[in-house]
Design a binder for this molecule. Sequence first.
Ligand code: ZN
Length: 312
Amino acid sequence: MKKYLFAASLVIGAFLFTACGQTTQESDSDELNVVATFYPMYEFTKEVVGDTGNVELLIPAGTEPHDFEPSAQQSAKIADADVFVYNSSDMEFFVDSLKNTIDTDQTLMIEAAKGIERLESQEDHDEEHEESEGHHHDHAYDPHVWLDPTLAIQEVQTIAKELGEKYPDKKDTFEKNAAAYVQKLEALDQAYTEALKGAANRTFVTQHAAFAYLANRYDLEQVAISGVSPDQEPTPSRLAELKDFVEQNNVEVIYFEENASSKVAETLSKETGVKLEVLNPLESLTNDQIKAGENYVSIMEKNLEALKESIK
Ligand code: ZN
């Protein structure tokens, strides 16, 4: 029974999604024109805005948002928007320079992660970037706050508050919409709390160190392994190191951010004896995932199922 209801709500959701897409063409002057950077910012904003406006995703589905730089056209889209929502300038680096070029009276810029205390970054981004593009950003702080449902609630409330200050006539609607969505996030937090409490093993090993806030919330320990990419064959020496690490720490599962290509997965599993699972950092959903009705809550539920392979 539950399953059918869920499927039905997906169908309705997909229909609404299409319907909203069509209304963007007609420009209703009263309708807010909102741009949000990457997937969770888009969903959080869309839930708050509801039918008071149209929300567009800036960073295309399936695109890596770390170090994303908008094209001239994308920057123009932000400048034309009434509202622009982003996580923080330690995630969307381009926002700092964007602030100098756009009229912030015209476009309300909302930093969803404002006021959230940051953890120091565990990711060795600088090294990766020097190798790949010669970029050198300050990655001292970890931007992945949206992966803790409780901090996600804080982001939703910040978006609602700042929207309400700028558009007082719609304030009640934003607050009502936010409250309805926050209930779902609270249920998610409850599910995590229930599922993870009392587990003897509280450590998990991940390739993308995106889960520090989540680990903090539920009293888990994230161990990050660097130098292993889901689409790149690890070097023999790296494999040997990994094998040692896995043996010394009795690791059963290593988490990747997406389905590792079968060849790499096979090599890793064969050489180290571990299982590879997906822990999705929700930095972007693919078009297929969006079409299938996946969203922040559904992916976070899948992440919880995957985590339970280690936390038990
Ligand atoms: Zn990340």
